[in-house]
Design a protein around this ligand. Structure first.
Ligand code: SF4
Length: 212
């Protein structure tokens, strides 16, 4: 793989040290550009929809930085945007695996086939998958990018993956303003009782750091 690998052109941000993106771990977060959804409360809208305007990171620089800091890191979080939108995601994860650090990937859960491949090939240790809210609210919560039925089908396949790979997939729901306490309870009830769903407070968007 060369430094001109197209997938690295989609890596558009880096948070060198994060204590909250991988619960219980100190991780470096890489942000990939592009997302298939249009959530009105998107936490990273510039990465999701106008990522081309952000500076790309240099592959060699990032990998060298991770190599230098690996003794202080517990892992790498790949976030977005939506990483499963990347054609070369597998190549990116193979590059990151060469650092020796485990990888956690954040996903909106809309591409269960991609997530299944990543688990099967052991390219990620952990998946953090969004449950946006009740199935009936998915059109509203995703800017009409997912239907209620499509969301249910995709996420139920991810629930199956979580059962197949115990301890490696967890679910999270952000308490965006559109969700009432009853809606949150309905979202909780959609997830199998033996699988974790953590509720996160809705916080204002943050900016990724450019280290290119
Ligand atoms: S899935 Fe995430 S990155 Fe994509 S639009 Fe929704 S909040 Fe933004």
């Amino acid at each position: 793989m060369t430094d001109t690998s197209p997938v690295w052109d989609r890596v558009r941000g880096m948070e060198p040290v994060s204590l909250c993106d991988w619960p219980g771990r100190v991780s470096c977060v890489l942000f990939t550009g592009g997302c298939n959804l249009r959530c009105p409360t998107c936490h990273n809208a510039s990465l999701a929809w106008t990522w081309e305007k952000l500076p790309a990171l240099d592959r060699a620089t990032v990998l060298a930085d991770l190599g230098r800091r690996r003794r202080w890191l517990d892992g790498i979080t790949v976030s977005g945007g939506e990483p499963t939108c990347l054609d070369g995601l597998r190549e990116l994860l193979i590059d990151l695996a060469a650092t020796g650090l485990p990888v956690k990937l954040d996903s909106n859960g809309s591409a269960p086939d991609v997530l299944a491949c990543l688990l099967r090939e052991n390219l990620v240790q952990t998946l953090a998958v969004d449950v946006k809210g009740p199935w009936r609210m998915y059109p509203e919560l995703t800017g009409h990018a997912m239907t209620s039925q499509g969301a249910r089908q995709s996420l139920e396949r991810v629930f199956d993956l979580a059962a197949e790979y115990p301890g490696r997939v967890y679910f999270r729901c952000t308490k965006v303003p559109a969700l009432s306490p009853d809606d949150l309870e309905e979202a909780r009830a959609q997830v199998p009782a033996d699988q974790p769903l953590s509720f996160q407070e809705f916080v204002p968007p943050r900016s990724a750091v450019d280290v290119s």
